[in-house]
Design a protein around this ligand. Structure first.
Ligand code: UD1
Length: 423
């Protein structure tokens, strides 16, 4: 297993960029199951989770090729509608093949998902919605076995907002008979991205309200070409890297429109943020200038447009060195404080009670051997290590590889002392 050695090296400075969004790319790739023919996606990040999804689609019967960041998928029209445990266990988003398989082929056998160890994370709402659309669903031997003649439209309200749940049902409903209304739909930019790609494929899908989708099912969809939007979580993580080291960094492709709640908190912490256009590439991005000392904050995670749970661990790393005490409340996942014990080993002063974390800022962190436990927890440990005095060795970096394309190269270009040790 690879590890990473990071030695705190002062403020990060310079220019970097955000790659394509992992969470936008995953449902887009799954949408290739909905239409026979050749689909092309650009700006697809080269990440372990993307590789898993491509392996899964290959197993199902799609021809897959990836050149640099362009992914081509050929759907021959005849598939093996099964997602085996060996592939699904590493990535919860594999469940995204369930809706499309059922809608297009009337049959799906999908292993119940694994993924990050951040709570129970059931898929009951995906199944409830598909059952309401007429699917016959059985749970057997760790698998969801579902069949349907043709799914029918439904008026469905998600009792809890679910990102992949909304995506799964939006894809399924695009080929269902009749009208589907998805109430309390997730509004994350990645869902908006999928909806616009489905439209290109010929789906009759519209946002009725910011949190409500109306879908008129069609008989057939056609393949599409789509370029994936920038990863707002990666962009946010790079901005925090600048903030925690007291530096100044321009993150090309970082979109202010997707990062409202994160920018607001960084500004409250004393950072200055500008929207800028890179003179060379002419591409938009965000510049962050860090303050002398970070101010403490109160924040809670919420569904979009609230503060994203996927940025909670990174903001916590930042607040460990704030000038005072901060409070974080995690509302989305129940077990998402696994980075806390590791941050404390680096000198942070954090107390967790249930969903609340109280963070007493310390003037300095110190390097230590630490272990990554999930994707965003790993990112928070990298951020803390960039700021810490001395050497941090981060083990289990495969978690990081699930969601960050070339993170160590990007940070090194900004002046970080960071090196991967291949096992
Ligand atoms: C997606 C993101 C993930 C992010 C999360 C929340 C992808 C591939 N992953 O995950 O990075 O952290 O949104 O923004 O896009 N729930 C149920 N039953 C269900 C589905 C969800 O109870 O059937 C609960 C979950 O346990 C959780 C909450 O709903 O407490 C939100 O989860 P959800 O939005 O579904 O997360 P994912 O789509 O898996």
């Amino acid at each position: 297993m690879d590890s990473m050695v990071i030695v705190g090296n002062g403020p990060l400075r310079g220019k970097t960029f955000a790659s394509g969004s992992k969470n936008a790319a995953l449902p887009l790739l799954a949408s290739a199951l909905l239409a026979k023919g050749s689909h092309h996606f650009e700006n697809v990040p080269r990440l372990a989770d993307i590789h898993t999804m491509l392996q899964l689609l290959r197993h199902i019967g799609l021809e897959v090729s990836m050149q640099h960041n362009t992914c081509s998928l050929h759907n021959p029209g005849k598939v093996n509608p099964e997602a085996p445990y060996a592939l699904v266990k590493t990535m919860r988003a594999s469940v995204l093949v369930l809706g499309p398989l059922l809608a297009q082929y009337g049959k799906a056998k999908v292993s119940l998902p694994g993924g990050c160890a951040i709570g129970a994370r059931p898929v009951d709402l995906h199944l409830k919605a598909l059952a309401a659309m007429g699917a016959d669903i059985m749970l057997h031997g760790g698998y969801v076995e579902a069949t349907a003649q043709r799914l029918r439209g439904v008026d469905f309200r998600f009792e809890t907002i679910s990102v992949t749940g909304t995506e799964n049902i939006a894809m399924a409903a695009s080929l269902a008979k009749g009208t589907t209304r998805i109430r309390n739909a997730a509004q994350e930019p990645e869902v908006v991205e999928l909806v616009s790609a489905l439209k290109k494929m010929g789906a009759h899908i519209e946002w009725e309200k910011p949190n409500e989708l109306l879908i008129e099912g069609v008989e057939e969809l056609s393949p599409c070409q789509h370029s994936v939007c920038a990863d707002r979580i990666e962009a946010g993580t790079l901005l925090v890297a600048a903030a925690i080291t007291g530096g100044e960094v321009f993150v090309q492709n970082a979109q202010a429109a997707h990062l409202g709640a994160v920018m607001e908190k960084l500004q409250q912490a004393g950072c200055t943020l500008y929207e800028e256009c890179c003179e060379v590439s002419k591409k938009q991005g965000l510049r962050l200038v860090a303050p002398q000392r970070i101010r403490p904050l109160q924040l809670q995670t919420q569904a979009y447009p609230g503060f994203p749970t996927d940025m909670q661990a990174q903001l916590m790393a930042l607040l460990t060195i704030a000038d005072g005490s901060s409070e974080i409340r995690e509302n989305i996942f129940e077990n998402r404080y696994m980075h806390v014990a590791e941050l404390c080993r680096m000198g942070a002063n954090i107390h967790v009670e249930g969903t609340d974390a109280l963070i007493h800022g310390v003037p300095q962190l110190s390097g230590a051997p630490v272990m990554a436990t999930d994707l965003r927890a790993s990112a928070s440990l990298v951020l803390a290590a960039l700021r810490a005095e001395g050497k941090t060795t981060l083990s289990r970096v495969y978690h990081l590889d699930r969601g960050y394309e070339g993170l160590e190269e990007k940070l090194a270009q900004l002046g970080a002392k960071i090196e991967r040790i291949h096992a």
